[in-house]
Ligand binder design. Structure first.
Ligand code: C2E
Ligand code: CA
Ligand code: CA
Length: 595
């Protein structure tokens, strides 16, 4: 609200007071009069004038003294005081006393009005400024309070954000199950190592170690994924504890695969890491639901060399090397010439991928069969055969054997196309040749675990049996022991579906998987085929003879008949007979021929 300014006029002559009052009243202000200096001083506090018009010559204290006393009050030290005087000579005394201006007597209306108007305008402006300042101060106060509050919120938010960011960074770099670094973190680390190798700033050749748990699928399938996670967690702790934090970068890559980047120490560091790992894993027992499980690892290491330019390349190389080591039954190895090895492997694979697709399209596949022979007198004289696939080379007409292309087919995900073709083609042949169908009592077909994993694979077989109107009882499906146990749940499901239509199941290449008795009891198979590797030299190799002996004893305990593969001579036949093996299969009896 606008304040109306007050002007205090001080004069001891009433006529002067009246004249001044008349002049000033026309302005936008309120006038207060005092007829003495004392009276003026008394009125000051109450009226708080914005201007004093002060006569100099007065009875009692004069104008100068009044002015001095006004100035003595701190509150009024800036109050404008204008002397009204006839004595121009006194002017300097007036300024000394603290006056701001003067008006000479006799007064001129215009002069008085303009002086007073000027002072009033100053007063109003000052007041406005004061109000503005107050408002501003209030605003600043409010703003400051707001700001403080906002700052507090902000600080809290910043802290939360920082925590979340840290957590996110952690999660982005770590694996949830094992708390080890994850694939992305490894990618970063390996990329860094690669650039060190490229710029030759590394003092040592770094090594990439790939580890997988051989029994993981077994335990995961048998006990469930919670047990699987717990196994991963426990093994991750074991493996990580063996690593040196300054030298090694230990990660979970995916599934049951761990990877370690060994930054320093070269192959010797890797060797000693493998050595202590072997010891620790040998002592490690996984306990779940009161059952005890022993585990083993496949671990390979490759050097990171100048010809490796990306993380993916290193992973792929290591994967190839691991795969081919496992294929050769090697579970721990440092492979120095990984690049060359994997190049050959991949080039071969790539070639095979195209040849297989081509073969399926151009009908270049053939089915051959090998007959089984009874070894025990009690065994019936039925004709049992095993179907073996071959691929004809389009150019040379020569036959290509499955050991050359099955693995490539598995890698390219086209193995089930081959298996389906073999099953369908064999059944068609049997349906079209009633004489052959009558003659055989059992037809064995090999199937890959990757086919078994396909949800509709068993349905496909059932549909083919119906299509060709064949009795399921005459068919036996062979799946390797290792693959069966690695895919325990799928295999068991597949087996029970096929049992429903009378088919039987053989565990092929038995003996390399070292399955425990407990797992075997849980799998509904009908027949064991001993891996030919043990059979073909059992007459000269005591260890292999012992293996065959143990497998036969195990089979007897499980009450399953046994077939021995790779029976190559009469010595083997005699030994197998002595051990009580029911069936033999091999070049000694029959070389595979076209069906
Ligand atoms: P397998 O099931 O163990 O088949 C036996 C292999 O041993 C056959 O090789 C056979 O020709 C060979 N063999 C037979 N008698 C003897 C012998 O006295 N000595 C030696 N050293 N070898 C003998 P083949 O036909 O090359 O098959 C190799 C593997 O390829 C098979 O091993 C089987 O696992 C796989 N396979 C064959 N046909 C198929 C198929 O249609 N589908 C799938 N998924 N795999 C197949
Ligand atoms: Ca077989
Ligand atoms: Ca075999």
């Amino acid at each position: 609200m606008k304040q109306i300014p007050t002007v205090l006029i001080v004069d001891d002559v009433p006529e002067n007071l009246r004249v001044l009052n008349d002049v000033i009243s026309a302005l936008d202000c309120q006038v207060v009069v005092a007829n003495s200096g004392e009276r003026a001083l008394a009125l000051l506090e109450r009226t708080e004038p914005c201007l004093v018009l002060l006569d100099v010559m007065m009875g009692g204290i004069d104008g100068f003294e009044t002015c001095r006393q006004i100035r003595a009050n701190a509150k009024f030290k800036d109050l404008p005081v204008v002397f009204v005087t006839a004595l121009v000579d006194d002017i300097s005394r007036g300024f000394d006393a603290g006056g701001n201006d003067y008006i000479t007597k006799p007064i001129r209306v215009e002069e008085v009005r303009s002086r007073v108007a000027h002072q009033l305008e100053r007063f109003n402006l000052t007041n406005e400024l004061k109000d503005l300042n107050l408002m501003l101060e209030e605003k600043v106060r409010d703003r400051t309070a707001d700001l403080n509050l906002a700052n507090r919120h902000l600080r809290k938010e910043v802290n939360e954000r920082r925590y979340m960011q840290d957590r996110l960074n952690y999660l982005a770099q770590h694996d949830f199950v094992t708390q080890l670094y994850n694939r992305d973190a490894l990618d970063e680390h390996i990329t860094h190592l690669i650039s060190g190798v490229q710029s030759k700033t590394n003092a040592h050749v770094p090594y990439f170690v790939l580890i997988d748990i051989n029994e993981f699928h077994l335990i995961n399938d048998a006990c469930g994924c919670i047990a699987g996670d717990e196994l991963l967690h426990q093994l991750a702790t074991v493996i990580n504890d063996l690593c040196s934090p300054q030298r090694d970068f230990c990660t979970r890559l995916s599934g049951d695969k761990f990877a370690i980047a060994v930054g320093r120490g070269g192959s010797e560091a890797v060797e000693s890491l493998f050595r202590i790992m072997n010891q620790r894993i040998e002592d490690f027992v996984f306990v779940w639901d009161g059952r005890q499980f022993r585990t083993s690892l496949t671990k390979i290491a490759i050097p990171i060399t100048v010809d490796m330019v990306s993380f993916e390349q290193v992973i792929m190389l290591a994967d190839e090397v691991s795969y081919s080591c496992k294929k050769s039954g090697i579970y721990s190895r440092i492979v120095e010439n990984a690049g060359a090895l994997a190049y050959e492997e991949r080039r071969g694979n790539l070639n095979w991928g195209l040849r297989i697709i081509d073969g399926l399209e151009k009908d270049l596949f053939e089915v051959h069969f090998q007959q089984l022979f009874p070894l025990a007198e009690t065994t019936t004289l039925d004709k049992k055969i095993e179907i073996l696939v071959r691929l004809k080379d389009e150019k040379t007409g020569k036959l290509l054997y499955p050991n050359d292309f099955i693995r490539a087919a598995e890698r390219f995900g086209i193995i089930s196309k081959i298996d389906r073709w073999v099953i369908s083609h064999t059944m068609q042949q049997l349906a079209e040749r009633p004489h052959l169908w009558e003659e055989v009592s059992q037809v064995a077909l090999n199937v890959s675990a990757l086919s078994v994993r396909e949800a509709d694979f068993a349905d496909f077989i059932v549909a083919q049996l119906e299509k060709y109107q064949l009795d399921g009882q005459k068919f036996c499906f062979e799946i390797t022991e290792t693959e069966a146990l690695n895919n325990f749940v799928d295999t068991r499901h597949f087996m029970s579906l096929l049992h429903e239509c009378g088919c039987s199941i053989a565990l092929d290449d038995f003996g390399t998987g070292f399955s425990s008795f407990a797992y075997l009891m849980d799998l509904p198979f009908d027949l064991i085929k001993i891996d030919g590797l043990f059979v073909k030299d059992m007459h000269v190799n005591a260890i292999h003879h012992g293996m065959v002996d143990s497998i036969v004893k195990l089979a007897k305990m499980l009450n399953k008949p046994v077939v021995a593969e790779f029976v190559e001579n009469q010595d083997i036949v005699l030994q197998l007979q002595a051990l009580g093996v029911e069936w033999g299969q091999g070049y000694h009896f029959h070389k595979p021929e076209k069906l």
